[in-house]
Write a protein that binds this ligand. Structure first.
Ligand code: CMC
Length: 429
């Protein structure tokens, strides 16, 4: 049986070092002792985009990208999507275990009773132009919440933290629905505590005059989509949440940073980009030409909703969503863009370019089609990603705060700029 160590020989000096290996990693700081002389800073790793660097130890989400496995706290995503609810899954992600009946009821009660937002937040939303992107509105409104709950700064106090967790999970759908109604020029529809998390969200979005009747199939479909989006380990927005939170800023400010990261088209903005791409392609017969354009562009034109940094197999979330689409379309009618999406998938999965690069549909490829059939406008799609993901962000943020190994995030750099040089006055340049 070998030893759990790594032996490194520095060919610059001929010296040998033995470093401990734990959980398949070496500590980057252990490399610092490897120097060419007393003036040398010591060896570092160079890893732009953190493609091979573990930034934390986590017990929340497990992904095996080659096998297409996703588990929250050990429970397979397929079982949670089939049997759990989003709020129960959020409890699991945040607390580590499934709740007892009493814990579940208290949790749901607490979240349901924090769904109202301060009236002044409405004024924040009213200040935006009618065509403001709702993700920008959400980012601002969540950041603004930090000024309404100044006690949230006490990030080392668990009880205070818990209150902000209730508030953030509860208020995200309210902010999202209000942002939508602002764009539509509709009066805000206030939360209804008799409805489920998703039922309430649907009524806040779509209620017009009279009572809004929540369709149980759409309510459940939205809940399942929320379960699938609840966490995804150390992605760009979660790393933003952890990185910004590591300065011990309040969770609203850190969540605003995470929302900003999610906004980008390579991350949570991809579901919106998929729909715009399908619209642009326009019909099934134009799919081969689009695929050709993707391949010839050298990565500039991308098949949105395809590829993933971690999954090198079919994204398990995309599988579940694809199956669910039929149930939703039975209620809403078939989304005509589905035919284009299916044709894109069919061609891409047999095309050498995509096969060689292991590019498979990801979570965003089919989710937009469902959201659009449910009458959510396209620019609200990233917001629909942010609502459930706040559970994951908060769980990762708390795990970071409780982790003795963590400190304020502060990467190193390899400086390649000028050596010291003297300032030249303007008239001499
Ligand atoms: N369409 C066409 N080519 C692609 C695509 C794509 N969607 N994705 C990657 N490639 C190519 C890329 O051009 C490169 O080719 P080459 O080796 O010839 O230079 C190769 O595949 C590797 O790509 P990469 O950019 O190095 O891979 P990455 O791990 O850095 O990027 C990604 C991952 C998700 C950003 C990328 O696949 C992408 O841009 N996909 C489209 C956007 C998208 O759907 N994003 C949602 C991700 S899932 C939701 C979430 O978690 O945020």
């Amino acid at each position: 049986m070998g030893k759990d160590t790594l032996t490194i020989t520095d060919n610059r000096t001929g010296k040998t070092y033995e470093l401990p290996v734990e959980h398949g990693t070496i500590k980057a700081l252990d490399l610092r002792q490897i120097k060419t002389g007393p003036e040398d800073f010591g060896l570092m790793t160079y890893d732009p985009a953190y493609t091979n660097t573990a930034s934390c130890k986590s017990r929340i989400t497990f992904i095996d990208g080659d096998k297409g496995i996703l588990n929250y706290r050990g429970y397979p995503i397929e079982q949670l999507a089939e049997q759990s609810t989003h709020l129960e899954t959020a409890y699991l992600i945040l607390n580590g275990e499934l709740p007892s009946k009493q814990q579940h009821d208290e949790w749901v009660f607490n979240i349901t009773h924090h769904t109202m937002i301060h009236e002044n937040i409405k004024d924040v939303l009213d200040g935006f132009r009618y065509d403001a992107h709702p993700m920008g509105m959400m980012l601002a409104a969540v950041g603004a919440l930090s000024t309404f709950y100044p006690e949230a700064k006490q990030v080392r106090d668990k009880a205070v933290r818990r209150d902000q967790v209730f508030r953030l999970i509860a208020k995200m759908p309210t902010i999202a629905a209000f942002a939508y109604r602002h764009a539509m020029g509709l009066p805000y529809a206030y939360p209804d505590n008799d409805l489920s998390y998703c039922g309430n969200f649907l009524q806040m979005m779509f209620k017009t005059a009279g009572r809004y009747k929540v369709d149980p199939v759409l309510e459940r479909a939205l809940d399942v989509l929320f379960i699938l989006h609840a966490d995804h380990e150390q992605n760009c927005s979660t790393s933003a949440m952890r990185g910004v939170g590591s300065s011990e800023t309040d969770p609203y400010s850190a969540t605003a940073a995470a929302i900003a990261a999610l906004y980008g088209p390579l991350h949570g903005g991809a579901n919106e980009a998929v729909l715009r791409m399908l619209d642009e392609i326009g019909s099934k017969d134009k799919v081969p030409a689009f695929i050709k354009e993707c391949k010839e562009s050298g990565g500039d034109v991308r098949l949105m909703g395809f590829g993933h940094r971690v999954y090198k197999n079919y994204d398990p979330r995309a599988k579940i969503i694809k199956k669910m689409a039929d149930q939703v379309f039975e209620v809403t009618g078939r989304n005509p863009l589905l035919d284009i999406a299916l044709e894109l998938e069919r061609i891409a999965l047999s095309d050498e370019y995509f096969v060689k690069r292991k590019l498979y549909p990801n979570v965003d490829f089919y989710s937009g089609l469902i959201y659009q059939a449910m009458k959510f406008p396209v620019d609200l799609f990233p917001v629909l990603f942010a609502i459930p993901r706040v559970a994951g962000w908060l769980a990762q943020w708390e795990e970071m705060l409780e982790d003795k190994d963590q400190k304020i995030a502060r990467p190193r750099q390899v400086y390649l700029g000028h050596d010291r040089r003297d300032y030249v006055p303007l008239e001499s340049r």
